[in-house]
Ligand binder design. Structure first.
Ligand code: CA
Length: 224
């Protein structure tokens, strides 16, 4: 399950991210409303944890904008005040749930999990590019009917790329999303893993799916 956390207080955002990651969620974090809208329109999330009090565009405005653009991703609103008015306003604007601050992390995790069960549109658990498939429940990879063994990290990298086929994924974004680095370790880690994945999913098959975009990163797609 992939979750977007929108919270400007970096410490809170970091606690929430770690708590969700510890429970197996893939987590993206944004610190303001405009970044949140950009992220939500570019990536299909299974849930959004959205703080109301944000600098600039606030959480309620983000929520309204999402719903206006027909984005039905389930949203859990967070608020420092927990006022009835704000809660009603949030639910009217299309929030799925509401949690007043301060909250216990275990409660937040439970609510996010419930959010995922509620779901927006039913999504296929299988990601597909050409004849390559990745089952996000069993974590099984297959190409041309052949099962491909992946390590946990290889799976995570492939899932990240396959969540947005055709989109160029930068090395730094990959390090952040797949390795949870928020700095460039200055190694060729990503390139090494891509090379391994090529040997597994592309070497014995046509067409090639993993493509290098020089100086930028990688993209998974059927045509070069
Ligand atoms: Ca805040």
């Amino acid at each position: 399950m992939r979750v977007l956390v929108v919270e400007d207080e970096k410490k809170t955002a970091s606690f929430v991210r770690k708590a969700l990651q510890a429970e197996g969620f893939a987590v993206d974090v944004c610190h303001n409303g405009n970044d949140a809208l950009a992220a939500a329109s570019g990536t299909p999330f299974d849930g959004i944890v959205l703080d109301i009090m944000l600098p600039g565009r606030d959480g309620l405005s983000v929520l309204r904008q999402l719903r206006e653009s027909k984005n039905a991703t389930p949203v859990l609103l967070l608020s420092a005040r927990g006022e009835v008015n704000e809660r009603v306003e949030g639910l009217n604007a299309g929030a799925d749930d509401y949690l007043p601050k301060p909250f216990a992390l275990v409660e937040l995790v439970a609510r996010v999990r419930a959010l995922g069960r509620r779901g927006g549109e039913p999504k296929s658990p299988t990601l597909r590019v050409s004849d390559f498939t990745l089952d996000t429940i069993t974590r099984q990879a297959q190409r041309g009917g052949v099962t491909i063994e992946l390590t946990a990290r290889e799976y995570r990298l492939l899932e990240y790329l396959m969540r947005s086929p055709g989109r160029i994924c930068g090395r730094m974004a990959i390090l952040e999303k797949v390795w949870d680095y928020d700095f460039d370790p200055g190694t060729n880690l990503v390139d090494v893993y891509i090379k391994r994945l090529r040997e597994k999913i592309d070497a014995d098959f046509e067409p090639k799916l993993l493509h290098t975009v020089r100086g930028v990163g990688y993209v998974i797609k059927e045509s070069p």
